[in-house]
Design a protein around this ligand. Structure first.
Ligand code: GLN
Length: 469
């Protein structure tokens, strides 16, 4: 297992105490010896990584640093399967823009991380390649859908990783595995080459060992991309610029709706610790209200499923991936390819999405959910008139048992209540681990910021991280 952050390994690389090839080799050994314990990776190509390491430019900001990539982000010449049987034989013909940008910054994409199929799930169990275990709490779910990215970083099999967050899939697994997960503002990072789940919500972001590394990765990931019309034209910033700066006088909102009795005692306790630490550091905690907090799960699952049903219609057995054998006619080819290629959660979402978009129900469900989405965005706009940041839990509970959690699909959906709002409103959010007593499960604290306020958000997150240390 490999210890050390990006900053640590950058120092070693530039000092010449290790070469990029040796670093890749160390990680490959860790994967070979320990991946069977967590199943964090579903494929990796050591030769390709070694090849990239050979020409790694150490003068670049991420020069020589291997980064693990979630299996739904295209990596040229390597399997990009979204942990689905549907894409079992799919090899990406091009790099996602995010991957391209990492390469331009000198990084070495290495290893495809396990995930919930097509990024649909909260526990890492909906993978055609088997569940991921939580290295920080074996036998417990690592969270999802970026289960493998979080587990690989927490286990020391990756220095850092990319994930995607549609309704919490970066922040929630980071919380369950005791690491840092950042969902940037919608549009901050190009989605080109990210296999679409719900296009109006999806965003790529980093999963790292600390806040500093999250800033470092974001520095290289963002910038306008002509291939993604929703990517921002804002100039890129130095997201590390305010790390370590004081947070005196910063106003942080605590939504009263988030102090629910449905939260586990350990989660309430972690939130209390965060309030105390942030207050000691000079921040002012202000009670606020997000009046539509209760409606977010329903709105999200209608919108996300509607978009998924449309996005996933391209997997028809003709153009991509899995095709059923011995079919009789075109209709049967479509239906059997999709029936055999998709897992049950993906099918559930496609059926739900098709239903809410159908002509008789469109107004009652889809149109209404869009109205709720607008109200949620309004709630945040109102709140950000009073405060600069918003504090809350990442999830109502710590990581549930990996198997036999006893949770129904609806209960699993409900556990996304605190992460979904940032996606509906397009806001940046970060999960910072809160120290737990010996034997306790990891629990993260969530901070949300205004659109494109990642630099300031990272400053507050790093202050909280320091205060927790
Ligand atoms: N758990 C949520 C879902 O299943 C979020 C997934 C995600 O962010 N990709 O839809």
């Amino acid at each position: 297992m490999l210890k050390g952050t990006i900053t640590h390994w950058r120092k070693q690389l530039t000092a010449g105490t290790i070469t990029p090839k040796e670093l890749v080799q160390e990680l490959a050994t860790a994967m070979e010896q320990h991946n069977s314990g967590t199943n964090a990776f579903i494929s990796w190509d050591v030769d390709k990584a070694l090849q990239a390491a050979e020409t790694a430019d150490l003068s670049k900001p991420l020069g020589g640093i291997p980064i693990a990539i979630k299996d739904n982000i295209c990596l040229k010449g390597e399997p990009t399967r979204c942990a689905s049987r549907m894409l079992h034989n799919f090899v990406a013909p091009y790099d996602a823009t995010a991957v391209n940008k990492l390469r331009n910054a000198g990084a070495i994409p290495f290893g495809r991380t396990n995930m919930d199929e097509f990024a649909m799930g909260s526990a890492g169990k909906n993978s055609a390649y088997g569940a991921t275990d939580n290295p920080a709490a074996p036998g417990h779910a690592p969270g999802g859908s970026s289960s493998g990215s979080a587990a690989a970083v927490a286990a020391g099999m990756a220095i850092a990783a990319l994930g995607s967050d549609t309704g919490g899939s970066i922040r929630q697994p980071a919380s369950h595995c005791g690491i840092v997960g950042l969902k940037p503002t919608y549009g901050r990072v190009s989605r080109y080459g990210l296999v679409a789940f719900a296009s109006s919500l999806d965003q790529i972001g980093p999963l790292t060992q600390n806040v500093e590394d999250a800033a470092l990765l974001l520095n290289s990931l963002c910038g306008h991309d002509e291939h993604d019309s929703t990517s921002s034209t804002l100039a890129t910033e130095d997201f590390s610029a305010e790390l370590g700066h004081s947070i005196k006088g910063v106003r942080i909102g605590l939504p009263k709706e988030y102090l629910s009795s449905g939260n586990d005692a350990a989660v309430t306790n972690a939130l209390q610790q965060a309030i105390t630490k942030l207050t000691e550091a000079g921040a002012e905690i202000v009670e606020i209200s997000l009046p539509h907090a209760e409606a977010v799960v329903a709105a999200y699952y209608i919108i996300a499923c509607a978009e998924a049903s449309s996005n996933l219609s391209r997997f028809d057995g003709i153009r991509y991936g899995y095709r059923a054998e011995n079919t009789n006619g075109l209709d049967e080819l479509y239906s059997r390819s999709r029936a055999e290629g998709f897992g049950s959660e993906v099918k559930r979402r496609i059926i739900l999405g098709t239903y809410v978009l159908s002509s008789g129900f469109y107004d009652a469900y889809y149109a209404k959910a869009q109205k709720v989405r607008a109200l949620v965005a309004q709630d945040f706009a109102e709140a950000f008139r009073k405060v600069d940041f918003i504090l809350g839990p990442v999830a109502p509970t710590a990581a549930p048992q990996l198997h036999n959690s006893g949770m129904s699909p609806l209960q699993v959906y409900l556990s996304d209540i605190y992460t979904i709002p940032a996606n509906l409103a397009g806001l940046p959010g970060i999960s910072v681990p809160c120290p737990q007593p010996q034997g306790g499960l990891p629990i993260g604290i969530q901070l949300l910021g205004r659109h494109y306020a990642e630099t300031a958000l990272l400053r507050v997150a790093s202050a909280l991280e320091q205060a927790f240390a």
